[in-house]
Design a protein around this ligand. Structure first.
Ligand code: VGL
Ligand code: ZN
Length: 194
């Protein structure tokens, strides 16, 4: 069990219908299985006055992120649609950081990449964490091999300590084993995988 405290933030990554519902357009196998466990973490975090921050993939109808516009993904998490909504069973009590809102590509909750210039710029996630003097992150959500991995690597570079909860993440696995490789990469950079 994780000991939450006021210097710890639980980061709930992209638990949205398109990823976590079998009817979703970019369904991550087993995505729906983590919701109950994530809710328990959210509850424990709140009880310990830890911060809970949610990320949400939030794309316009056209973005170079999508296959139809030159990217690699089926259309998913289009803003203000069912697919972009958090799963109905998820407890949402905390700040929400949206990424991709201006058509940017990229997966990290901390930074996005402008589609034309390729320039990277920050979301408000780090500001929120610094404002609360957060030192340690607990990472859960979807997808292990994209958003969880990139958010985690960015956080480690920024000096946060980190625990990734293995049972509360699921991967896309475009290549078999991508999820395990993502966890190994996070471990390599200093995360604990629990
Ligand atoms: C993600 C694929 C495409 C993610 C977002 O949040 O992991 N994966 N867009
Ligand atoms: Zn996306």
């Amino acid at each position: 069990m994780i000991e939450y405290d006021a210097r710890t933030a639980l980061i709930v990554t992209d638990i949205q219908n398109d990823f976590a519902d079998p009817r979703g357009s970019l369904y991550v196998t087993g995505g729906e299985e983590i919701v109950a466990g994530v809710n328990r973490e959210i509850e424990q975090a709140h009880e310990a006055e830890a911060l809970v921050v949610y990320t949400q993939d939030w794309h316009p109808e056209s973005t170079p992120h999508f296959q139809k516009d030159g990217g690699i993904w089926p259309v998913h998490c289009v803003r203000n649609t069912w697919g972009a909504e958090f799963c109905p069973g998820l407890r949402v009590e905390g700040s929400v950081v949206r990424k991709g809102t201006g058509g940017e590509d990229g997966y990290s909750g901390f930074t996005v990449r402008a589609p034309k210039s390729g320039e990277r710029y920050p979301t408000e996630l780090e500001v929120i964490l610094r404002e609360h003097r957060i030192e340690r992150l607990v990472l859960v959500g979807l997808a292990t091999d994209y958003c969880v991995k990139e958010t985690g690597l960015d956080a480690l570079r920024k000096g946060f300590q980190m625990v990734v909860l293995r049972d509360l993440v699921r991967g896309v696995n475009l290549q078999p084993g991508d999820d395990e490789r993502a966890l190994a990469a996070l471990k390599q950079e200093g995360a604990r995988v629990a």
